[in-house]
Ligand binder design. Sequence first.
Ligand SMILES: Nc1nc2c(ncn2[C@@H]2O[C@H](COP(=O)(O)OP(=O)(O)OP(=O)(O)O)[C@@H](O)[C@H]2O)c(=O)[nH]1
Length: 503
Amino acid sequence: MLRQGKRYPHVNFSSKNSKAGLDVTVRSSEKVRTDTESDEAIGIFFSLLLLPERISTEDEAGTTLRTGASTQPRAPGREDQGPEQGAQNEGDVGIQTREVKQSIKTIVLRRCLTLRCRCSCRQEQASGLEDTREKKESDLPAESRKKGKRGSNGTGLWGRSAEAHAQTGPSNGLKAGPEKQSGSFRTGGEPGKYPGEGTLRAASQQDHLGKEATVVGDRCAVKEEGNPTSVHWMRREDSLPQGLPGGNSEKFSPYTVSSDTAVNSVSHLSSINHPYLGKGRFLGIIGTKGMAQVNGVPRPGAAPGQPCIFKLVLLGSGSVGKSSLALRYVKNDFKSILPTVGCAFFTKVVDLGAACLKFEIWDTAGQEKYHSVCRLYFRGANAALLVYDITRKDSFCKAQQWLKDLEEELHPGEVVVMLVGNKTDLEEEREVTFEEGKEFAESKGLLFMETSAKRNYQVADVFNAVARELSRREESKEGQRQRRDAPLTLSERPSWRGRCCAH
Ligand SMILES: Nc1nc2c(ncn2[C@@H]2O[C@H](COP(=O)(O)OP(=O)(O)OP(=O)(O)O)[C@@H](O)[C@H]2O)c(=O)[nH]1
């Protein structure tokens, strides 16, 4: 999935693997911005992706044993055959055992869970979730319940602040559905890009970092330091969008997945219980393998009356206004905001009259250093906005590059792509003409519009046009399905009768 030779951020951490009797260390090849927990979480995520290449261990004699990154590809079927022939570093002995890999995954996942205690920047969808929590808390032992109550007002360790539940009003033309329109979270970086959207925990609420956490169902038990018998119960918070499936997926999966569901196969995620979006079918969940496997199939609502869910990604250079467009569309707001780190996420229900759909809007980071990360986010997208700044020619060229990347990842025709020239309010500084944009869009079969997030010019129109196109494609697919099925049912009986009469 990740190209060899590229370096990705990940962090060092280690733990004893009791089963294999080895100290296992995931080593860092590059450490970027681990000054915040969120970045660390991203780092850990990539460590997980790179597991097969990155495991290194020390045996009892202190010899470093390494796997992967090998100059010699491993022969098929050699997974569990102990030390690898031809280890790549002098003095190193290659090793790749299932136990070690499993152990690393466990460490990574556990670490991510504890990190989430601190770096949650996400809102909670108020009612349903709170109700569930109250209900579930009543199932817990009295002692645990008392401690877990820290979060009952929405400010607990795994709960979220009450003000983060504020509903946003309808905006931008189309009617918004009754349900919450935005639920942004940051997979990394600065809280405050969307002020009021998320909250970091107060220091007093962050005291569980690094402590041992055991996940039980949708709860997490954190042991008190120095008093292993004392346990805090916390409700599990929603996942980072990356999902983190893997060997322990059942145990650590952020979603309630039926037991026969393979988390790595996103096409199987037809019946999951998303803590924010409720029960439904979601193909946009990103996991280590899921990212590659999401095939852009629109996700029809699981229950009758539920809107179809479509994943829409915002792509483009840094500072072209992707976040501003999202903010304008979802909250009808415009403010100076910090650069995105990783990815931010919104949802918005769009009522098209005849149909209702829900956008999962993935606002990716435009800065070059996040380019590789963003490639992961747009897999499984149903729609993409390629945003450029009309006052910056380079951003227009970069949008063209993004299109190439998209074409590599997604099947042409399966994704609705719109080219968006933003900042039309800066007409006097324009470097890319309307005609240039339109011409390029037409040559590639893209939709095209110019916008101004600042002036709220055509912002809703962009999303609505994409929504209509998605809806139209869905209808045409549905029509095709019906036409395909129809002859079977129609022709069956007459032909039987015909034969009966004939014989
Ligand atoms: N004049 C003008 N400024 C805008 C417009 N849209 C965004 N900006 C400004 O452009 C800057 C960058 O906006 P962002 O929305 O953060 O851009 P981005 O593409 O999300 O940037 P990254 O998060 O780094 O990818 C901010 O200072 C915005 O206020 C617009 O339509 N007109």
